[in-house]
Design a protein around this ligand. Structure first.
Ligand SMILES: [Zn+2]
Length: 303
């Protein structure tokens, strides 16, 4: 499942290879891929055809491409209007955005195909499990309304660290649950939550409300560090005009300290990594570096 760093790699690829190009056609090959577009596949195609991609943005695991029309009547391409609307994408479990030769045959998993008026590489939304989706977002150039409830992610420039620390320390859940809560902080999945908690030497069940302001700050710094390293490790794949966001971004396996490493030695102290069941998934931690918090009365609110 693509996590924030993989989605950011896709965003960078779109910025490099799609921004500035005008959509010649948007063919919906599987209606499920545009199920969130209430007006249906025909309307989706009609809304996007002829618009120029003006940017590539991301919040958490959502991507959106602000799109703009050109003023009619002008010679050549005309002047680009300010972008108001957007194409919104979520890759789900297995979605990919692939660029390719328009003459290349379509794989059976291509759900939506965009061609461009410059006859250059086309863009194919490929999704084997069809949990991902695309939608046209009227008025969504700055922030699509359907994702306005999602909190900024730690790599966004307007991520308000002090505010997030305050809200994190007011949560009545364990700290890992809080990290996974998209209304508090977006884009932190299971893998990166475990890795950041290990770096910050915090057990996943530590009550969020028991964290000192300094400890919460260290945890957020660890989240940013882990995401940044994963991004640096995975940031080149679009260069081959092919991105497998579902595949291994160089970060997996090589740089993970605890995730998926049950029984292997902690890279810091050598204690075997422990796996606990966590919300139908797993939480990996080092029993020595990240001791489980002792049960005690919770502090009365943030100090
Ligand atoms: Zn350890």
């Amino acid at each position: 499942m693509p996590e924030l760093p993989e989605v950011e790699v896709v965003r960078q690829g779109l910025e490099r290879h799609v921004v500035g190009r005008t959509i010649g056609s948007a063919q919906v090959l599987h209606p499920r891929a545009v199920r969130r577009h209430a007006a249906g596949p025909g309307d989706f195609s009609a809304a996007l055809t002829g618009l120029t991609v003006a940017g590539a943005r991301r919040r958490g695991k959502y991507l959106w491409l602000p799109v703009a029309g050109r003023t009619p009547g002008a010679a050549g391409d005309g002047l680009l209007s300010p972008a108001e609307d957007a194409l919104l994408a979520h890759l789900g479990m297995s979605g990919q955005l692939l660029l390719g030769d328009p003459g290349r045959p379509l794989s059976p998993h291509v759900r939506v195909r965009f061609t461009f008026t410059d006859s250059g590489p086309d863009l194919r939304f490929t999704d084997q499990r069809t949990f991902g989706h695309l939608a046209f977002a009227p008025g969504g150039a700055v922030l699509p309304p359907m994702i306005a409830h999602i909190a900024p992610d730690p790599l966004e420039p307007d991520f308000d660290e002090a505010a997030v620390i305050g809200r994190l320390r007011s949560r009545r859940t364990g700290v890992k649950s809080a990290l996974l809560d998209q209304s508090l902080i977006s884009g932190v999945g299971n893998i990166y939550a475990d890795e950041a908690l290990w770096r910050a030497r915090l057990h996943w069940a530590t009550p969020a409300a028991s964290l000192s302001r300094a400890a919460a700050g260290r945890l957020l710094a660890a989240v940013r560090e882990v995401l940044g390293e994963a991004l640096a490790a995975g940031g080149t794949s679009f260069d081959r005009l092919y991105v497998n966001v579902n595949g291994e971004s160089g970060y997996f396996g090589r740089s993970l300290a605890v995730y998926g490493r049950e029984g292997e030695p902690c890279p810091r102290c050598g204690t075997p990594i422990r796996r606990d069941p966590f919300m139908n998934r797993s939480a990996y931690s080092c029993p020595a570096c990240q001791p489980r918090p002792r049960r005690r009365a919770r502090r009365a609110g943030p100090a």
